[in-house]
Each structure stands twice: as structure tokens, then as C-alpha cells.
Write a protein that binds this ligand. Structure first.
Ligand code: HEM
Length: 127
């Protein structure tokens, strides 16, 4: 990944929204149940609908859509156990290098995709 994460062609982004969203609402935007495609990273929800080549049904990264994919992104994994929406939001098991990767993905997405809201119902992992 390029160090600056800048898109090759400029992307016009809307101001980020802080609309409260639930995991179920994000799950509705999976490109299948509805045409919208959302991916959350550490609770921030990005609209990736415009990138059907990467995220559309049957495409390579479709497994990341309709969930908080923090664990899969941090681990650079598309394994079933990492993209399972029951656990894919949970990045508490990531090591330092994986957390760096996750933060880099957050930066990458924030330069390309509109933020449509924040997850408000992520289970707590602190106790
Ligand atoms: C052999 C393994 C892999 C190869 C060759 C590969 C290759 C690529 C390439 C060529 C791009 C496009 C970069 C660009 O548009 O500038 C990309 C983007 C991406 N890759 Fe991979 N990748 C691999 C594995 C993975 C894995 C395991 C993940 C799991 C998280 C992943 C997640 C992504 C994501 C999220 C994007 C960004 C898509 C976007 O533009 O929004 N990749 N990859």
C-alpha cells in the first residue's frame, strides 16, 4: 500500500456523518438484501457502494461488506472465521502489527469512501 494512501484520482467526499447505526442496519447494506454496500471499521461506517468491482456480489472483497470488518482487515484475512459478522467487529485479539494494518485501512477508506455513521451497538470487549 502506498505510504500516503492517497487515491490515484481525487475523490470528492461528503462531510462525515455521525448518524447512529446498528450492526443490523449495516447488515442490511450488504449488496444483496439491498443495493447499498457498507463496511464498518472500528465502528465507523463507510459507504463503498460505488466500488462494485471490488465489493459487489461475487467479487473478491464482497465478504467484507455488510459488517464491521475490523478483524479481517487488521489480519489481512478473508477466512470465514474472520469475516463472520458475529466476531468480525472484534479486533481485541490483534497484535501490534495487525493494529497498525487496521489503522492503515481506516486511513485508506477515509480517503476514498463517505462516512455514513457510527455503530452504536458494538458489544463491549472490556469486561
Ligand atoms: C494474494 C493476496 C492479495 C492480493 C494479490 C491483493 C491485491 C490487491 C490489489 C491489486 C488491490 C487494488 C489496489 C488498488 O486499487 O490500488 C487490493 C485492494 C484491496 N485489498 Fe487486496 N490483495 C490480496 C489479499 C487481500 C486480503 C487477504 C484482504 C483482506 C482483508 C485484502 C483486502 C483488500 C482491500 C480492502 C482492498 C481495497 C479495495 C478498495 O479499493 O476499497 N486483500 N488488493
Amino acid at each position: 500500500m502506498a505510504p500516503s494512501f492517497e487515491p490515484k484520482t481525487p475523490v470528492d467526499l461528503d462531510p462525515p456523518k455521525d448518524t447512529p447505526l446498528t450492526l443490523e442496519q449495516v447488515a442490511q447494506c450488504d449488496g444483496e438484501r439491498n443495493q447499498c454496500m457498507w463496511i464498518a471499521i472500528m465502528g465507523t461506517v463507510f459507504d463503498v457502494s460505488k466500488n462494485t468491482k471490488m465489493y459487489g456480489v461475487g467479487k473478491g472483497y464482497h465478504a467484507l461488506v455488510g459488517k464491521d470488518a475490523s478483524r479481517a482487515l487488521g489480519k489481512s484475512s478473508l477466512d470465514a472465521e474472520d469475516v463472520d459478522p458475529k466476531v468480525s467487529w472484534d479486533y481485541s485479539s490483534l497484535n501490534e502489527k495487525q493494529l497498525k494494518t487496521l489503522n492503515d485501512w481506516y486511513t485508506f477508506f477515509s480517503k476514498r469512501y463517505n462516512i455514513v455513521g457510527k455503530l452504536v451497538d458494538l458489544p463491549s470487549t472490556s469486561n
